[in-house]
Design a protein around this ligand. Structure first.
Ligand code: G1P
Length: 273
């Protein structure tokens, strides 16, 4: 039912400078695979094969990554190293990639709105590549697309965070409807711990409905002067229903050195076992 996944990837990645000066932060590898490829594989597992990427200046490596490199194919074909290309070849074969550029960085809401041209009038997934997620049995997007079939409304993935960290996330106030599924009554972008309505933090996986575009168009800049997706979703929560889903699995915040190292250790230990 959900066929498209929007990946906002225009941000500067300032927290990882100078590594991200000439390469996109989405291309930083965890062991041997760039972050964004983990995200695309998660979308594929959920049956989503149209990948809509909002890029920006200096992000061409993403397009090259999801394209055939004839020179490399020629060099490696028939050699013992060919298996290194198996996974990425499969991703390229199974997905269609579409791109548009965000000219100015005006927040996550603005990035989503920039992607409207790639999405059109249908529900879609959003994946933030620096949140690297491992599902318990199924991937997070797969869990969320299943839930969408039941509720047919926007869904945000959440996890409980330490109260001292609320200033890093969109925080929801919500009432449990069934196990791990909550109805959102309020959401605040990056509140101070003392202002946070709970410790339920939004992480970078969403299922959105196409009416969000018009709502974002009419959303005033919020925190940091940016157009916040959280503010637009709050309007949907007030006028209809938004679900917060406590996913089954693990998330690494690869936008920070701690999360990045944790993810690297996790995949390295899997490689060794
Ligand atoms: C964005 C959202 C925030 C959410 C977070 C998840 O913030 O604005 O609500 O909690 O992603 O990673 P960012 O991390 O892009 O500043």
């Amino acid at each position: 039912m959900i066929k498209k996944c929007l990946i906002p990837a225009a941000g500067y990645g300032t927290r990882f400078l100078p590594a991200t000066k000439a390469i996109p932060k989405e291309m930083l590898p965890i062991i041997d695979k760039p972050l964004i490829q983990y995200g695309v594989e998660e979308a594929l597992e959920a049956g989503i094969n149209i990948i809509a990427i909002v890029t920006g200046r200096g992000k061409r490596a993403i397009e090259d990554h999801f394209d055939k490199s004839y020179e490399l194919e020629h060099q490696i074909k028939g050699t013992s190293k060919e298996h290194y290309l198996t996974e990425i070849r499969e991703v390229i074969d199974r997905c269609t990639f579409t791109y548009t550029r965000q000219i100015e960085m005006k927040g996550l809401g603005h990035a989503i709105l920039t992607g409207e041209v790639l999405i059109g009038n249908e529900p879609f997934a959003v994946l933030l590549a620096d949140d690297l997620c491992i599902g318990e049995e199924e991937g997070i997007l797969k869990q969320m697309t299943e839930l969408y079939k039941k509720y047919r409304c926007p869904i945000v993935a959440i996890e409980e965070v330490d109260k001292s960290l609320t200033h890093k996330y969109g925080i929801v106030e919500a009432k449990e409807l069934e196990e791990n599924v909550f109805v959102v009554s309020n959401m605040v972008e990056k509140p101070k711990p003392e202002d946070a309505p709970s410790n339920l933090a939004i992480i970078g996986r969403y299922i959105l409905t196409p009416d969000i575009f018009e709502i974002i168009r009419n959303t005033e800049p919020g925190l940091g002067g940016e157009i916040q997706l959280t503010d637009a979703l709050l309007k949907q929560a007030k006028n209809g229903m938004v679900i917060a889903y406590r996913f089954k699995g693990k998330r690494f915040d690869c936008g920070t050195p701690d999360g990045y190292v944790e993810a690297t250790n996790y995949f390295y230990s899997k490689l060794k076992n």
